[in-house]
Design a protein around this ligand. Sequence first.
Ligand code: NDP
Length: 347
Amino acid sequence: PYTGKKINIALCGLGNYASLLAEGLQVSEYCQLSGIVTGTPSKAETWKKKYNIPEKNIYNYENFDSIIKNKDIDLVYVVTPNSLHKEFTVRAAKAGKHVIVEKPMAITIEDCEEMIKACNDNNVQLAMGYRLHYEPNHLEVKRLGQEKVLGQVRYIETSLGYSTYDIHDVNKPVDLNARNEWRLTKKFAGGGALINLGVYCIQVSRYVLGEEPIAVTAQFGTINNKNRFAQVEENITWQMEFPSGAVANCSSSYGFGIDRFHAAADEGFFEMSPAVSYGPFIGKRSDGKPFNFPVINQQQTQMDEICKVILANQKLPNHITGEEGIKDVKIINAIYKAAETGKKISL
Ligand code: NDP
């Protein structure tokens, strides 16, 4: 195992996903959990004890900027609600820290541009928290598609959704101002199922084809829980056209569970289901050749791969930087415009 210097990471926003990242950091080789940034004092106490975090590496949202003086933090991992990604990325960059930011990079293209500029201006690297970019099944579908192993891919179907009906009563009013309901608000989430889950379907379509979409069409679906989905979409379906003529038909939902990927190519098909969640992924090829890869810790692998590059003083590859994140935000915005107008939107 690696015994050299590790990147010291501070997690910013201690919610559900930060907890998974913290677990990943317990088994990482190239990085470790060294600090936290939280707006909730009780979490500061629990995390401090659980992960043995020194008091001097604990910040709140007010004193966060003083992290500039802390040589024991190299990187801030932003895991807050979507619309706050920009603020914390820019503040971390100005404090001279590298940044990993969760998906979606931000809600607006202007915010993404500001994040990229702040990191460039301050000579720090900006990585996206795309956990599937180093996942072996995903590397395999990327290879199968881009190397045309089963011929040219003509059509992709991929969807991600989860049901919220098992835990939420349709008739119960919802407090949209509650901190834990940020995903239901335009202000903090920017949208619904598409921006939070559909981003994975956009990603996998793009890297399997190795192409960028040139036009999108989209349709909002039904809203069955009007209390929860007063501001953002519960269901959405969209289509992306690619320069080769390939088409991807995708959907995402907070109303039903779905997690799959299928690529129809000239000489057969390849598919995964589950496909873009936490897995374990199950792949299949129409020619019966093996499609089995070991289950990995997605969070650990992603952070290790990013930190390895930073430790080597190299530039992160484009597929994991802000330049990649902004592409998805542009596509998401075009899909919303297409669903709102009923028109085909060119990219
Ligand atoms: P949570 O609601 O569980 O956590 C978000 C945390 O952000 C809160 O616990 C809080 O931490 C902090 N926060 C700061 N300001 C606010 C605010 N105004 N309202 C609410 N919370 C605030 O969300 P998740 O952890 O599920 O998601 C966080 C981010 O991670 C999102 O961008 C999401 O898209 C992404 N994500 C990525 C996943 C992946 O697989 N890559 C999976 C799940 C989420 P504190 O109390 O410490 O201040």
